[in-house]
Each structure stands twice: as structure tokens, then as C-alpha cells.
Design a binder for this molecule. Sequence first.
Ligand code: 5AD
Ligand code: SF4
Length: 441
Amino acid sequence: MSDPKKLFIKTYGCQMNVYDSERIAETLGGSGYTQVESADDADMILLNTCHIREKAAEKVYSELGRFRPLKEARPDLRIGVAGCVAQAEGEEIIRRQPMVDLVVGPQSYHRLPDMERRLAKGERAIDTDFPEEDKFDHLPGRRRANRAPTAFLTVQEGCDKFCAFCVVPYTRGAEVSRSADRILEEARMLAADGVREVTLLGQNVNAYHGAGADGEWDLARLIWALSEINGLERIRFTTSHPNDMNEALIEAHRDCAKLMPYLHLPVQSGSDKVLKAMNRKHTAADYIGLISRIRAARPDLLLSGDFIVGFPGETEADFEDTLSLIREVGYGQSYSFKYSTRPGTPAAERAQVDEATKTDRLHRLQALLSEQQTDAQEAMVGREVGVLFEKVGREPGQLIGKSDHLHAVSAPAHESLIGQIGRVHITAALSNSLSGVLTTG
Ligand code: 5AD
Ligand code: SF4
């Protein structure tokens, strides 16, 4: 048998890309590829790309430039671009970087084995279709040894909401939910391989509405079914839209012990005028009311959010509305961005806020958010939390894992506890993590 060919994948962007990269590696495994950690002696390099902001997309071209010497030294090396830049830019990528052999959009990963055969014949392969068939029905199963104790699981993909700033409806396509059966089957395989925690992924995950055993299931129903799988101890989901947060899901946060007390619920802005211009279809008061209902159901929930500053038309007063929403709501974790003009989206055509103003607002926003994040971490000191240990730490004898609230936690513990949930008494909050001591084995 010939030696396995080496596949190097570099992943950018969101967690769905991390999930996709794993599925791509599994698919190309059937074509004789093994995944490797370095590009240097790879037979194929794949960049799994993100198009969400301009910087993310531009990174792809600079990275491709860095691979040019490798391609010149070894013309047999295959270079591919997958993901959202591939979807958005298609053949344009090859025009800008003629050394690229393969361009594949997110809905066509199941076609990679065919595409790889074309590459082997020295041809180029480009596929940015939104195929009729569901890629998930054609990707290989997921049994594998040596899995990490946490895994992502895509349950829904795409978006029909068309926020005025966002490329996702164009790069990931229309909103589609996978069937509950297939998701449960995948989760059972993961649990059998030692996975203890799954994060359900979707660009609009709480809009999930997949076919279930008895009609259509919403996300809460799916979570309850997943919670019955033996070995699976923790369930999370991301990313949600406020308008899809239904009562059943709020109740699941109250009643389902396996659903972790963490919720990523982006609001983007605290100004009603900007929210309207963004086509978010809710007001700041709607969001604040929703948060208080969720917190009534699950008081210790840690909330995370996304914010955009400098959206076209955002005034100082609008921005201050965002700061006051943040003060009122209180976030334990957050992601904030300067608005980035994305060609083809409605907001790209509008009068833009200047860069210096965006930078200034981002700094002020991040100062407040980082204060809140520190407060949330410090509030954990003295508490006992569940920690799923994932790996050994930098210091000898230490393990690192994530708490129920998704804080990184380190504690002295034996390696045999990797993959298990321990109870940890938190003794200190460091800059980006917590440390503590085990209270039980
Ligand atoms: N500019 C800046 N941030 C953006 N996001 C999405 N599109 C843009 C854009 N054009 C942010 C939003 C979203 C997160 C994934 O990325 O906050 O929730
Ligand atoms: Fe980036 Fe959005 Fe694509 Fe994820 S889905 S990789 S965030 S553009």
C-alpha cells in the first residue's frame, strides 16, 4: 500500500468552520489522506476560510502568498480554498492566486473525494454550488479513537434573517435544519468515542426546526432528546438570535440539568434606530425583557454577546445607548467588532462612519465589557463549579478544563481525570482563567 498522503488544514473564523474542517479531514481520509500539523511536507494544503469581516477575508490571500515558495519547490502540492471566502469569491480566488487548485464552498464538502480525483489528474476543481442533496447524508460516519472530550455538532446551517451587515445568508445559504435522527445518531457516536460535551452549532441555532420522530422539533426538544444519551453530560448551543428564543428553550435552561448555564445571545447594538437599520427586527427593550425572562428561569446563567460599533448612521448618542444596554444587561463574555463593509450587503451602500470614530468607540466599548468579564470571573472565586477536564496544563500536575459557565479552569489533578467532570473549588481569578482545587475525585 502506498504511504498516506498528508493533508494540512488551516481553519479561520467561527466554530462551524472548526467542525467543517473535521468533517473535511474525515472525508478526505477515504481518499488516502491523513491530517498533519505542518504545511511543510503536506501533499495538500486547505485553507478553511471566513468572510465575515474584510480582515478575515484578506488574511486568506496573504496566507496563500506565504505558501507560494512551497508550491514552487513542489509543483505536486495541491492548494485548496474552502469555506466562506471560497463561496463568496469563487473563481476570483484563482484569478488572484493562480496556484490555487481547488475552490470548494461549504455546501459541497461531500463532493471533495470526486474533486480530489480531478486534482490527481492534474485538473483544477471548483464547486460553489448549493446542491440539492444534503451534504450531511453523504459525509462519512464519525467513529474515531482518541477524541477530545468536547465536540461541535452542526444542527442547522444558513440564515434567512438578512441583517444588513452580514454575509452569512450569501455564504452559507438559506436556513436548513438537519433531521433530529441524524443529529442524535451523530451524538451517540461521539458519546461512544468518549465525548462528554457537545456544542450544537448553527448560524441561527435556536431557529432549529428539524424533522423529528413525531413531526417538527424545535431546539428545546432536540436538547431534551440529546440529554438522554448516556455518557453525554453537557450540552451547549451557539449562535442564537433573540427573536428565536422561545419559551420551551427558556424552560430547558431552567429544567434540563445537562444544558449548561451559558448563553451567547448577540444584540449588536443598544440603539433602536441602529437595530432597525440593521434589520434586527427587535428593540433594545425587547432584548432586555427577554434577558430578564431567561435570568428568571436560570439566575446563574452567564451571558455572552456580540457587538458592532460604527454601523452606518451610528451617532455618539446611539453608541451611548449600546453602552447603557451593556451596563443594564451585564455580560460575562463578549465579542466586539468595528463594522466592516461587506460587498453585496445592504449596509455597504450607506454612508460610512469614519475609521477613527470606530476605533475610539471600540476601545470604550471593550473597556466596559472587559470590566464586566473580570467581575464575572471574580464572582466565581469561593464557588464550587463543575469542570470538564480536557488536557494537561502548562505546569506539571495541572489539568485544564472548562467550567459549566465556560470559564477556563486549571486545577491540580491526575491525568486520568481527563475526560471527566470534577468539582472544583475556585480559589483565584487570573487574567483569562480561573484556578482552584478539586473537592472530589
Ligand atoms: N462587520 C462587523 N462585524 C460583523 N459581524 C457580522 N458581520 C459583520 C460586519 N460586517 C459580527 C456580528 C456577528 C458576529 C459573528 O460577527 O457581531 O454576530
Ligand atoms: Fe465566517 Fe460566517 Fe462563514 Fe463562520 S459562517 S466562517 S463566521 S462567514
